[in-house]
Design a protein. Structure first.
Ligand code: PMP
Length: 406
């Protein structure tokens, strides 16, 4: 049985008070909280194993390298990549997308080519492709959404004849789960390279890059119980082999003379400079933690909490929910508008009650423009979210309505 109270014991911050009130953390889509095991792994590294990786021949350096590289195998297994050479460590999803832009896009996208993305993307999976199109005089085609916040089926045709397709597996505003397997197949059939933004999906459900059939997948560690500064870009080995490095210097080289340089093997060719070693070891522990919970259980729990949030929010007069109505069509988040109250005011008043939600455009301005709203409020959930916290949100919203006479 999924015991949320027991799980909450593993997250020390959930015992904190904010402004004298118990913390109700409903902003996990921005970043998740971290279990003590992860926090301990980071401090233990500094206490016992701190040394740079892939450099020193001393024992401490070798131990640090061993622990660090072990995480690459954990990521590989977690997303079912074929080999650890297909896992490049990055700071986050944004850096991973930019690595594809500079390493693959600048070399392969030519004038007149078409790049396809969607209107629901986070800026990190939108602006890189918009800029790539601008730099290369290519065309950016954007798949629209229907009234329910799902991608319009007939617009998937835009993928035909495209050179590159970038789509999120889960929207950070609508919550919509996209059929990335189908989209990547359409891309493959049309000879396009595909990138899946897994920032919201990898922390929410089982991810299998081979089943999805994507060429690239990007995700951030900090949204899946791991420290900031961790993340990965998965890339198919043959594509990575043909890709240019994005950053030069340090251990990404094979040989350097005054005249020229040659590059290290995969994956280190793409990892210039000293990495975030302790944090990456923390990522490994976060993966172990998620696996222990079981990704199917994580998915079920998030869906359960989301269904409850959809129901309770739906009962509040003046609340308009954005995105699909069914929890099983969503990642664990619900964005909404409250009539007559700006989302920033909603968030500020909820904060007085110790409730943390996010308000604004959530780095998805094209989507908000499309929906013709300046901003929205968003409650988002994780492995430790309990239904009582949704009840607290609803009570908080009633208070907001009272303050604003809404
Ligand atoms: N894509 C999506 C769908 C996201 O939700 C986020 C984070 N909000 C990102 C990309 C960017 O992630 P990061 O800031 O960790 O690079």
């Amino acid at each position: 049985m999924y015991d949320v109270e027991k799980i909450r014991q593993d997250f020390p911050i959930l015992r904190e008070k904010v402004g004298g009130k118990p913390l109700v953390y409903l902003d996990s889509a921005a970043t998740s909280q971290k279990p003590k095991e992860v926090i301990d792994a980071v401090s233990n590294f500094y206490l016992k194993s701190n040394a740079n990786v892939a450099r020193g021949l001393h024992r401490l350096g070798e131990e640090a390298t061993r622990q660090y590289e072990e995480v690459r195998f954990k990521v590989k297994d977690f997303i079912n990549a074929r080999s650890e050479r297909e896992v490049l460590f990055t700071k986050n999803t944004t850096e991973a997308a930019n690595m594809v832009l500079y390493g693959w896009g600048m070399k392969n996208i030519k004038e007149g080519d078409r790049i396809v993305t969607t209107i629901m993307e986070h800026h990190s999976n939108f602006v890189p492709w918009q800029q790539l199109a601008r730099m290369k005089k290519a065309k950016l085609d954007v798949i629209d959404i229907d009234a329910d916040g799902k991608l319009k089926e007939d617009e998937l045709e835009k993928i035909m004849g495209a050179k590159f397709v970038a789509v999120s597996a889960a929207s950070n505003v609508l919550g919509t789960l996209n059929d990335v397997k189908k989209i990547c197949k359409l891309a493959r059939d049309s000879g396009a390279v595909s990138l899946v933004d897994g920032a919201q999906s990898v922390p929410s459900m089982k991810t299998d890059v081979r089943d999805i059939g994507c060429d690239f997948l990007a995700f951030s560690g900090h949204k899946m119980l791991a420290p900031f500064g961790t993340g990965a870009l998965y890339g198919k080995e043959e594509i990575l082999q043909a890709m240019d490095p994005f950053l030069y210097g340090s251990e990404m080289i094979h040989k350097v003379t005054v005249e020229e340089s040659t590059w290290n093997d995969l994956p280190h060719r793409f990892e210039a400079g000293t990495p975030v070693v302790a944090e990456t070891i923390g990522l490994g522990v976060a993966i172990d933690y998620m696996k222990k919970l079981g990704m199917d259980n994580v998915k079920r729990h998030k869906e359960d909490v989301t269904a409850y949030a959809l129901k309770r929010l739906g009962e509040v007069n003046g609340v308009k929910i954005i995105g699909p109505k069914n929890a099983h069509e969503r990642a664990g988040l619900v964005a909404f508008e409250l009539e007559k109250v700006h989302p920033h005011d909603v968030a500020a008043i909820l904060d007085d009650s110790g409730i943390a939600i996010r308000s604004g455009h959530h780095c998805a301005m094209p989507l908000h423009l499309r929906l013709d709203i300046p901003a929205s409020s968003r409650a988002s959930f994780h492995v430790y979210t309990k239904k009582e916290e949704i009840d607290a949100l609803i009570t908080g919203l009633e208070k907001v309505k009272m303050v604003f006479g809404a």
